[in-house]
Design a protein around this ligand. Structure first.
Ligand SMILES: NC(=O)c1ccc[n+]([C@@H]2O[C@H](COP(=O)([O-])OP(=O)(O)OC[C@H]3O[C@@H](n4cnc5c(N)ncnc54)[C@H](OP(=O)(O)O)[C@@H]3O)[C@@H](O)[C@H]2O)c1
Length: 235
């Protein structure tokens, strides 16, 4: 399979890339920084790109994907959390920065792939339970992920030959969680407390432990209506 994954330098994206490469698939990875263990793999094609730079996406993505006729799977995984704080204390500028990476870069990426390729079988966006919960503190991130879910739903209505889904991966022990576990205790943000407790327990497995489950979930997602928002733990 030819698989495009954003955010392959670390965390969930790196673990997914590693698993797919082990199974002899061609992986096209995008992130700002390199991942040393993926870098040397002969089936790993890497584009160093800041996806918040829309001009750079337009300039570099078509050349990067020109060697393939289409992708079997695109995983829109790259994402940023922004600061955990109340919405009233989150500036529009901060919200925009999170939206640029978590939503608008994905729109551009999808558009460029459809313009330049013969077809894409499946597109999965890595979403979050925060897109549904309305938990205090998750401000810009929650807004971005709920918009991402709708972006996926809207494209599903337009592109009938591609299967779309937005999937939550569950808790995964990555740098994103390192930031959360470093936050001070604050009774206003009970979800932060919950995540801090889950860190270093089986409730928050390492990316390498969840990659296989996620790959299986991507396969099962194909049985659901295109455009669905799905939770990996229920798939
Ligand atoms: N970890 C969890 O518990 C959890 C739970 C729910 C949802 N998620 C979602 O899962 C996805 C992966 O998160 P993670 O936990 O693996 O986070 P992570 O370890 O922080 O990795 C994020 C990845 O996104 C890339 N990225 C960030 N900004 C970028 C930019 N401007 N341009 C290009 N690439 C960029 C990073 O690469 P560079 O920094 O090298 O650019 C990195 O490879 C995210 O969408 C996140 O919202 C995670």
């Amino acid at each position: 399979m030819n698989i495009l994954i954003t955010g392959t330098s670390k965390g969930i994206g790196a673990a997914l890339a590693e698993k797919y490469l082990k199974n002899d698939h061609q992986v096209f990875g995008i992130s700002r920084s390199h991942n040393n263990s993926l870098k040397t793999h002969e089936n790993f094609n890497f584009l160093s790109l800041d996806i918040s730079d829309f001009v750079a996406i337009e300039n570099k993505l078509p050349a990067f994907i020109k060697s393939v006729e289409g992708f079997d799977l695109i995983i829109l995984n790259a994402g940023i959390l922004g600061e955990i704080k109340d919405l009233k204390d989150t500036s529009l500028h901060e919200i925009k920065k999170v939206m640029d990476v978590n939503v608008w870069a994905n729109k551009l990426l999808i558009d460029i792939c459809f313009e330049n390729l013969r077809g894409v079988d499946q597109i999965v966006a890595i979403s979050s339970g925060a897109s549904q919960s309305g938990s205090r503190g998750w401000s810009a991130y929650a807004l971005s992920k709920v918009t991402l879910n709708m972006l996926i739903s809207l494209y599903a209505a337009e592109q009938k030959r591609t299967h779309f889904s937005a999937i939550t991966p569950g808790l995964v022990d990555t740098q994103m969680q390192d930031y959360i576990s470093g936050l001070p205790d604050d009774e206003h943000y009970p979800v932060v407390q919950k995540l801090k407790k889950a860190k270093n327990t089986p409730d928050m497995p390492a990316p390498s432990e969840v990659a296989e489950e996620l790959i299986e979930a991507f396969g099962r997602a194909m049985h659901y209506r295109s455009g669905s928002f799905l939770d990996k733990r229920e798939l």
